[in-house]
Design a protein around this ligand. Sequence first.
Ligand SMILES: [Zn+2]
Length: 367
Amino acid sequence: MKERFILSNVKRVNEDQIDIVVEDGKIIEVTQAGSKDEGLLLDCSGIYVSSGWIDLHVHAFPEFSPYGDEIDEIGVKTGVTTIVDAGSCGADRIADLVKSKEQAKTNLYAFLNVSRIGLKRVDELSKIEWIDKKKVKQAVNQFKDLIVGLKVRMSKSVVRDKGIEPLRIARTLSDETSLPLMVHIGSAPPSIEEIIPLLEKGDVITHYLNGKENNLFDNEENLLQVVIEAIERGVHLDVGHGTASFSFKVAELAKKSQIDDLNTISTDIYRSNRLNGPVYSMSNVLSKFLYLGYSLEEVIEAVTTKAANWLKKPELGRIQVGDIANLTLFDVHHEPVTLIDSEGDKRIGKRRIAAKGVVVNGTYIEC
Ligand SMILES: [Zn+2]
């Protein structure tokens, strides 16, 4: 439904109860709960509202396998109003990703893979000639409104024998296009000690809680010095849960270290880890962070305000009169929930987040 409707008696994560009036796609009024009764009322008693969830790392290009899925399946249907495709496409196919956006309801942005072939192959940086600097710049110019950064996957299976070289080239591309990098970390080589010093303020490390050998902690479980320095420079840490990149053990270490503050929580969701786990949905990933001891406010901030600020689109991270209405409605059930990480480690949480619906660009959709 578009036109005018009222979300009545919704509560914010600070437990404030409000009514939100949406008309012609925009938030036109935010008032005390129960003060609005004219027009179409959606009774949201007991339900939480936040600005629409943003997932900074997804794979939304269905044609590619294994890392692909349908935009709305990983977007509005799971409570996420804005997704950022994390480098599924390089210059060769980015135009097709843009086209698929027209059929979808979910807001879409993208990191452009520095490899022109993108995830058509999963060793997309194993040939240096696949990093075509001219094509990257052309794509960036052509799709300015879509592309928010450059993606470079720095793990052994992706770069094969090319080591750190693809990241050095990506660094120059980042400087030349003024776009930040999102760097995927995984198995070495290249090692974390080689990768992190090349990252600058605003660049993103995704998969920062992975439990592989080459993670952010040394064998004595101390945070690596290069990581401490990177945080001081303003490098951003993103979860990117994925099939293989979220470890409860590492997340528990992180919570006790200098990186106990959440930046962004993202899923790295695609068809198989959505259907078979361990990701399933953004709600499921968020419940893991409640289990870890982060407050509901901190968890929701990591998919709203903080993601919006990184995107330099603050309007996506707030509930404000005059803005286009992008909202997520969700429950927090107080009940035991089994949570499984990418290593198969299990934890039992006490609270479970469940998306109930979204308002995306002024249209209400039930989850
Ligand atoms: Zn990914």
